[in-house]
Structures are given as C-alpha cells and as structure tokens.
Ligand binder design. Structure first.
Ligand SMILES: Cc1cc2nc3c(=O)[nH]c(=O)nc-3n(C[C@H](O)[C@H](O)[C@H](O)COP(=O)(O)O)c2cc1C
Length: 327
C-alpha cells in the first residue's frame, strides 16, 4: 500500500485517537513497530481560525513519516481551507474523519453525520481534494445505523473521486462501541472497489490482524489495542512474518516503556498537565501486574514525575522480593 511516497506491504496503522495519539504516544508506537500514524482529528473551523490547540495537533516531525493529518467538518469552504493548511504542515497524506460517532459532532453533520447525507459527504471530499495536492484518504463507519448501511455506495463513490485509501471501522454510528466490529464486510467492500482498504475495529491481537488480512484487507488499524499494549504492532509483525507468537513483555519492560512515555508526555505537555493526562495509560502498561489496583490509585495522586519514578521502582523491587500478592 502507498502512503505518499512510502510503499508498505500489509501496513499496521496506529489509529487516530483524540487525546491519545499525540506525538509522545505516536513515538512509542512507532518504536514498537507501527508503520503509519495519524494525528488526532483537527476541527476545520478551529484550524481556519488558527486556534493554537488545533495548530499544535497538526504539527508533525520528520521521524514520524509516514503520517497523515486527520481533519473533520462539514463546511466545504472550511474543509478546503483546512486541507490547504494541513498540507503546509507537510504530512504524507490527509485523512478525512467521516466516522466520529460522538453526539455533538455527528449530530451536527460532521464525522459520521456525513453518512446520513451522501451528497454532502461527496461535496466535503471534493472540497478537501480541491484544497490539497497531497493524497487524501477517508476513515468512516458502515453507516448511520443497521437500517442504513451505506458503506458499499460510499466505497464506490470514494473510488470515483480518487481517494487513495479507505479505512472502515466496521460498526455503525448508532453502535458506538457496542457489539462486535463486523469484519465480514471486508470481502464485500473489496468486491465493489479496488482502493486499498484498511480494516479497523476490535483488532486486539496478532491473530485478529491476520484474520482481517486473510479476509482481504490491505492494511489494519489498531486503536484501543495499542493503548493497552503499544507493542502490539511489533508482536503482530513478528507473527505475520513467522507464525510465532512473542511472549508477553516482562514487568520491567512495561515499566521502562511506561516511564519513557511519561517523560516524553511531561516534556510535550509540561508538568503537571502532561503527568495528569498520562493517567489513562497506567492501566495498559501495568495490566496483569500483582496488586495493580492499589498501585494505580497511588499513581493517580501524583502530579510530578519524580514520585512516579520512585513509586514504580519500589514496585519492581517489591515484586522481585516476592512481597506483592495477587489481588
Ligand atoms: C479515546 C479515543 C479517541 C478517538 N479519537 C478519534 C479521532 O480523533 N479520529 C478518528 O478517526 N477516530 C477516533 N477514534 C476511533 C478510533 O480511531 C477507532 O476507529 C476505534 O477506536 C475502533 O478501533 P479499535 O477497536 O482498534 O479501538 C477514537 C477512539 C478512542 C478510543
């Protein structure tokens, strides 16, 4: 599959995740084998108004390539201008979010709201294509609800418009995150269009990724599975190449990665903001460690980096001394 000038076979993509897939998390996932990353979504209105927070979201670094900037909105004029602004940040491609299910976004016609009005969907994609000379990709869902699954029409339309790749989260907007992502749509979509298809939704293991590739996906995109285990990309690539499953990471390796991520988050967002916003990552890094609930409660209290380093080192010492018991 092509991402700008980068050709990648069976790419493993880190999903765009607001408030999660920021530069520090992207760096960790890249180091752990993610082939492609996306920025957190950036609202087109805020971009064209030069809102600092949005401009920061689309800032990327050379070592992150290949990377896409994701934008969303339903105003054609602002989407065209936002695409031009995104191009100035020099990503490898621009991704349009047509799948966000959050009420305040989808109900005003942005994100998954576009699935209720395919004429508008098409106009927004055309506007983005007009605003940029970079490759444009689209990320969407199956449809608004089970009675209005439109993904096959959407796939055909995007192919005709010249979209470079299509990512589908195999749920409807109405489903949110309930039920199971329905990967059986992969061959059905591949039957009606030739553009590369990136499968998304509930890919949590190397075997899940393999199943999606076997069903015909050209790439896979991993979101929550990467929050729980950023090393999922490295493990998946190893499995796809060798058929062998790597062992789970040791507690030392997890703590080491957790701290490196924390340091980089603290540097990126400053202290205490970076330390506080890092709290959502402890569950993943420390998953299945003994006495984790107690430890997590303690870590949640800290707003500085040093006590966290001290506490995690003490935790490792206690673990090795056999002083921790399973809950
Ligand atoms: C915290 C969070 C934030 C998200 N933010 C975005 C976003 O900015 N853009 C987007 O296209 N999808 C966003 N998503 C959806 C994910 O990209 C992905 O489609 C979804 O989580 C399903 O994949 P998964 O089962 O691998 O998590 C977000 C998901 C989560 C959990």
């Amino acid at each position: 599959m092509r991402f700008g000038t980068h050709e990648i076979d069976r790419p493993l993509c880190l999903a765009p995740m607001d408030d999660i897939s920021d530069p520090p998390f992207r760096r960790i996932c890249k180091e752990q084998g993610a082939d492609v990353a996306y920025t957190e979504f950036a609202n087109c209105e805020a971009l064209v108004r030069n809102v600092t927070k949005m401009l920061r979201k689309i800032a990327i670094k050379e070592e992150e390539r290949p990377i896409g900037i994701q934008i969303y909105g339903s105003s054609e004029e602002n989407m065209e201008r936002a695409a031009a602004m995104a191009q100035e940040a020099q990503p490898d491609f621009i991704d349009i979010n047509c799948g966000c299910w959050v009420k305040k976004i989808a109900n005003r016609g942005d994100g998954a709201g576009l699935l209720r009005d395919l004429k508008k969907f098409e106009a927004v994609v055309r506007a983005v294509l007009k605003g940029t000379t970079l490759p444009v990709t689209v990320k969407t869902r199956l449809g608004w609800d089970t009675n209005s699954i439109v993904i096959l029409d959407v796939a055909r339309m995007l192919q005709d418009l010249g979209i470079q790749a299509l990512t589908v989260h195999f749920r409807t907007r109405q489903q949110g995150y309930t039920g199971q992502a329905d990967w059986s749509w992969i061959p059905r979509i591949k039957e009606v269009c030739q553009i590369p298809l990136i499968a998304n939704g509930d890919i949590k293991t190397a075997q899940d990724a393999e199943t999606c590739f076997n069903l015909g996906a050209d790439g896979v995109m991993i979101g929550r599975g990467a929050i729980h285990s950023p090393w999922i990309f490295r493990h998946t690539r190893h499995y796809l190449n060798t058929g062998e499953l790597l062992p789970e990471l040791s507690l030392e390796e997890r703590v080491d990665m957790c701290l490196r991520h924390l340091f980089s988050q603290a540097e990126y967002r400053g202290v205490p903001r970076g330390v506080v916003s890092f709290r959502k990552h402890y569950a993943g890094y420390l998953k299945s460690a003994p006495n984790i609930a107690h430890l997590r409660c303690e870590l949640m209290q800290y707003e500085q980096v040093e006590p966290i380093v001290e506490r995690l080192n003490r935790f490792l010492e206690e673990y090795h001394a056999g002083r921790l018991m399973d809950e």
